[in-house]
Structures are given as C-alpha cells and as structure tokens.
Ligand binder design. Structure first.
Ligand code: ADP
Ligand code: PHD
Length: 422
C-alpha cells in the first residue's frame, strides 16, 4: 500500500454534473479546494443518464424504435460539451458509436444474457461524462475498467480487492499523481479479467471513490452532494432535517444499510478499515462544513428517519400446518440468495415466515416459481419500510401516527415497520 498520502479523492454524482453550469461549478471546487496536491476525481453519469440508458436498452432489446431517445442522449452530451467550449464531435464520436453498436446488438441478446449486456450499455453514462469533465479540467482521463477488477456478477460486480489494489497502484503511482494533472475516472463501473465491463450496483459511484481511496492510501474522500451533509433524514421526504457535523463509521454504515440513499452502503467499510475520513459536502456551498464521517465517539444522536419505497412482504406458510423448521428456513434463504433478493426485515411465527424485500418483479417471480411447491406463499406489494435509528417517543409517534403497521420490529436502538405506501 502507498503510505497515507496527501491524496484526495473527490466524487461528483449525477446532480453535480447535470449540465454545463454544474460542470463549471465542479471546476471551481477542484481548483479552489482540491488543488494543489494529488487528486483523483470520480464522476458519475450526468443527471439521469443511467435511467435513460436503462430505458434505451429495454427498447433495443424488445425490438422497439429508439432513435429519438438515442438522439436526445447524444445531443444532450454534445450540447454540454459545446457549451463548455469543447470540441464535442471529436470528444464523443467514438463512445457514441460504440454505444450505438451495443444497442444494435441488444436485439439479438437472449434473456439469459441481458444482465451482461446491461453492463456493456449502461456504463456509457460514466464514460461520456468523464470524457467531458476530464477535457474541461484539462485532466488525465483514466478508463477504470482494467483497474477496478470484478467477477462476472453482472449488474453488481464483486470486487477482486487484491487485483484491484495491484492494478491501481501500478497505474497511479503517487509521484505521478503529485506532479501531474488531476485524474478523472468513472464511478460505478469496473471490468472482468476477460475484459468485459461490469457495473457495481446502482448508485455505486460512492463505492468506487472508497475503493480508490483504500487502494491508493488517500488522506480523505469527499462526496459532493446537493445537500448540506449527512442529515437525519432525506429532506425530499421530511422537511425539518438536521445535519450531523460528525458521525462514526458504524452509525453511517447502519443508516446506509437501512436505506439512507445519500451514501451507497458499500462505501463505508473500506474507508473504516484504513481509517480514511469520508466528508459529505455540498457542491452548492463548498466552503460550508458538511459532515465528517470518521472514527469518533459521540453522544446520543438525533433520531434518523429512513424510508424505503417499493417494498413487498412475502410470507411462506408450511403446507398442512407444519411448523417452520430450520430446514425450511435453509431452503428459503438459499433461494433468496440464488435469485439475489435482499432481506430488509424478517419475522418468524409458528407456521409462517415473512420477509420484507425490494419489489423486483422478475426476481420475485423466480422466487415464487422455485418455492411454491413446498410452501403456500402470499405477498403484498406497494409497501414502504420505515426505520428510525436512535428512536425516541416523539419520533416513533410521528412516523407511526395514522398508519396501519403490517410488520414491526424493535431493538434498543432501532424501530422498523412495514406499512402501505401513501
Ligand atoms: N440522510 C440523508 N442525508 C442527506 N441526503 C439524503 C439522506 N437520505 C437521502 N438523501 C438524499 O440523497 C440525495 C443525494 O444523493 P444522490 O442523489 O445519490 O446524489 P448523487 O447522485 O448526486 O451522488 C439528496 O438529494 C437527498 O434527497
Ligand atoms: N450513474 C449510476 C451510478 C451512481 O452512483 O450515480 P450517482 O452518483 O448519481 O448516484 C447510477 O445512476 O446508478
């Protein structure tokens, strides 16, 4: 490993590169806060480009016309590049051509190969965005795919930490980082040993920043967001939020796990392992304090309120009133893992076992198909999962008032319940 260095890793997500003005603002932040000194800048796809690419792939795969949507995506990127004074055609032609070829090929992809093809297509959001940002900053554009090495778990590549660490250290020696221009690279994407592109899971660019910091021994990671820092709730859902000036890795990892979408859940562990602080700062007020996530002790925190939408509650009943046994649970857990459904909450009773899951219709259908023979299965969709971390009476009353709780669970620190959306 590099000695802990002066290296900073900055991560800019979709909102902070959503248009030319946003990229100019990014340029000011890099100049005024990131330099001088070695700097790696991780960039996500611009605005909602990843969603647009998902929709394009769906159209192409199902044989529907997509020229209008592809044209919109291309001209959006070209217009931003031009507005920034960059030679748009020269900068983007090759990538846009590759994207088009991938979309043409999508029509012939078998359903079983779709997840693999998804990664080959959806990764273009980050490739295009970094081309523009790197050119604007006059930085070194780095293709991270040969360096961020994963297995072939498409759409959620699992990292090969030792291969990634070796590759990153070889590609980015500290002396070069110190003397050279900043490096701009893609969040969210990686590559297999065989040279195919993978993605790390939606919203995975924060994780990329943590991977780079861990492997290169950075002094800090800063994720630049459209909020003042890590708040006790999503301000888009709850109007009266408060900011945590500092908070421990452990509290943050739990908030992210329960669904606080401001930080990808995988981000914290690599940073905690190497004691690298994570700063959450506002790109709208870059000099403001933000939140420092590090190894710290603090008193009781303001309760954190977290909502996860699009949940479903699935209950498995043994046939003929048998008790739910450990053998039954082994089967259920096994199939959940195979179809890659994550349990958000679970509860057992004599003859029934219930799990709250993200509602992913294709995966749920696979789950039902594999377990229907053995269990009677009921499920409800259109649900929400609420978590109150460090709850008190007031926060508990506030969130549960007027709601029918379909499932609830409480530990000393955490209260969770499932209810209907709305
Ligand atoms: N606890 C929280 N604190 C701050 N923001 C939160 C929290 N929970 C959810 N959010 C949401 O996270 C958003 C920022 O994260 P995200 O949209 O992933 O940014 P980006 O894609 O630009 O990296 C905020 O606009 C806010 O709505
Ligand atoms: N662009 C990817 C990865 C990502 O992390 O984006 P953002 O940083 O904007 O959340 C996505 O939308 O999933």
């Amino acid at each position: 490993m590099h000695e802990l260095s002066q290296l900073k890793v900055y991560k800019f997500g979709g909102a902070s590169v959503k248009d030319a003005a946003a990229i100019r603002n990014l340029g000011r932040i890099v100049a005024e806060h990131g330099r001088p000194g070695p700097l790696v800048v991780v960039v996500s796809a611009m605005g909602k480009t990843t969603n647009a690419l998902e929709a394009l792939l769906q159209l192409a795969h199902t044989g529907q016309p997509y020229a209008t949507e592809l044209g919109a995506l291309s001209s959006f990127h070209a217009a931003v590049a031009t507005e920034l004074g960059l030679p748009a055609a020269e900068l983007l032609r090759e990538l846009l051509g590759e994207l088009e070829s991938r979309l043409v090929a999508a029509a012939n992809v078998a359903p079983s190969g779709l997840d693999q093809h998804y990664d080959q297509v959806v990764s273009f959001g980050e490739l295009l965005a970094t081309r523009i940002v790197a050119a604007f900053l006059r930085a070194r554009w780095l293709d991270c795919r040969p360096l961020i090495r994963t297995d072939e778990t498409w759409r959620e590549g699992r990292l090969d930490w030792s291969a990634t660490e070796a590759a990153l250290q070889a590609a980015l020696p500290l002396a070069e980082l110190t003397q050279g221009p900043p490096v701009v690279t893609q969040g969210f994407i990686g590559g297999t040993a065989g040279g195919l592109t993978t993605t790390l899971g939606r919203e995975g660019s924060d994780f990329t920043a943590a991977i780079l910091a861990y492997c290169l021994g950075a002094e800090s990671v800063t994720i630049w967001k459209d909020v003042a820092g890590l708040l006790n709730a999503d301000p888009k859902i709850f109007p009266d939020t408060v900011r945590y000036p500092e908070i421990s890795y452990q509290e943050t990892i739990e908030m992210a796990y329960y669904g606080a979408s401001v930080i990808h859940p995988k981000t914290i562990k690599p940073l905690a392992v190497r004691g690298i602080p994570l700063l959450v700062k506002s790109f709208l007020a870059p000099t403001a304090e933000g939140t420092r996530i590090h190894d710290c002790r603090h008193g009781l925190l303001v309760p954190a309120l977290i909502r996860k939408t699009d949940q479903c509650l699935v209950s498995f009943e043994s046939k003929e009133l048998d008790f739910i046994s450990e053998e039954n649970l082994e089967v259920i857990f096994g199939v959940l893992a195979q179809v890659r459904l994550k349990i958000r909450l679970m509860q057992n009773s004599a003859i029934s076992f219930s799990v709250c899951l993200d509602f992913l219709p294709d995966r749920l259908e696979q789950l039902l198909a594999r377990l229907r023979g053995q269990f009677t299965i009921h499920y409800n969709t259109g649900l929400e999962l609420y978590t109150i971390k460090n709850y008190d009476t007031a926060s508990l009353q506030r969130l549960t008032a007027g709601r029918e709780l379909l499932l609830e669970q409480r530990t000393r620190q955490t209260f969770q319940f499932v209810c209907r959306a709305g």
